[in-house]
Design a protein around this ligand. Structure first.
Ligand SMILES: [Zn+2]
Length: 347
């Protein structure tokens, strides 16, 4: 959808691990601990952790660290990161939960895990593959799939990997958990040893491109909850892991692409584009519904890019952004019910 850029919002987040954060390293498993890397030796096995956080280290480096005589120190030196896909999943499902609470009797937000197309909230990824002659999946996607994408539709939002802030690397901590036999309920065996990151700060670059104003509202809702530490991340949430707080670092940058400078104090989404969105075919093709532009602070002005032509920028602090997104709406009453997918496409 939308072959050329219309608008963009970019910013950097500081994600702080308040409680231990554990996004598991998939390349290190129980088999490595029990046999292949420990050689089955009890002395080595007993000191090896069960789970460590994901890193960019090679398998050899991971093996060396977990079998080290002091594994907590050795593993603590690996280059940890938070995959963008982990944040994408957590943030997406948080938004789904918020938006579902707005639904009254008709489902408007799909369940991306629901593969049965007969269910009312079947995923857009599944339902849209069954639509005949579907030309523009975006037009039939639910609001969350429009923002985060599906197998039929690219994402509007790009979330980079979380890179450790060298000034606030935090530390690797060890937590032990009792092992419970699921069948008998009895406690048994050596405790499980989890390594996780605490007080670590990660930088994450986020870009939202070709957005509708409702996407800005969704992002505003998400950033509010991220700041309040309401969106946990990673494994072990029921054990108290994964409490993170994310705050915007520095200014958020808005960009508009076009020949003419946009009017000051107004932000338009793709549905309010002064040329394209005035064409009926555009609205029909993408099913975007224009609404009142978002009000930017009165003292702000768009300024032309110093190096690249036909683009204009405007910087906002988080507080300014926070006040601005509340001046527009989700346009919720205009969001079609999921049941209308496929039927509604205009050829
Ligand atoms: Zn969907």
């Amino acid at each position: 959808m939308l072959m050329h850029p219309y608008n963009e919002l970019t910013f950097r987040l500081n994600v702080d691990a308040i409680s231990p954060l554990l996004i598991k390293e998939g390349r290190y498993t129980e088999t490595h601990k029990k046999t292949t890397w420990s050689g089955g030796l009890d002395e080595v096995k007993n000191r090896m952790p069960n789970v460590i956080p994901i890193s960019r280290a090679t398998e050899d480096e991971i093996k060396k660290a977990v079998t080290d005589p002091a594994p907590l120190t050795a593993v603590g030196k690996l280059s940890f990161f938070v995959p963008g896909s982990s944040m994408r999943g957590a943030w997406r499902s948080h938004l789904e939960r918020i938006l579902r609470s707005f639904e009254t009797d008709t489902a408007k937000i799909c369940d991306p895990l629901e593969e049965d197309e007969r269910e009312a909230d079947a995923s857009c990824s599944r339902v849209l593959t069954l639509c005949e002659d579907l030309r523009v999946p975006y037009s039939q996607s639910c609001p969350v799939c429009r923002l985060f994408g599906s197998t039929m539709q690219a994402s509007r939002i790009s979330i980079g990997d979380g890179e450790v802030d060298r000034k606030q690397p935090g530390r690797l901590v060890q937590r032990e958990h009792v092992r419970i036999n699921r069948r008998t309920g009895a406690v048994g065996g050596a405790p499980l040893k989890f390594f996780a990151l605490q007080e670590t700060r990660f930088h994450v670059d986020v870009r939202l491109r070709n957005f509708e104003l409702s996407h800005v509202v969704m992002l505003g809702m998400l950033l509010t909850d991220l700041k309040l530490s309401n969106v946990p991340l990673g494994s072990g949430k029921n054990k108290g892991y994964g409490k993170v707080r994310a705050t915007v670092d520095g200014d958020m940058t808005l960009t508009c692409f076009g020949l003419e400078r946009p009017p000051d104090t107004l932000l338009r989404g793709v549905a309010e584009h002064p040329v394209e969105a005035q064409r009926k075919w555009f609205q029909d093709r993408y099913h975007v519904v224009p609404q009142n532009p978002l009000q930017l602070p009165a003292h702000k002005q768009w300024s032309p890019d110093k190096e690249a032509p036909w683009r204009f920028h405007l910087g906002l602090s988080f507080d300014e952004f926070d006040a601005a997104w509340r001046t527009t709406s989700l346009n919720w009453s205009k969001v079609p019910a999921l049941a209308a997918r496929c039927e509604a496409e205009v050829q």
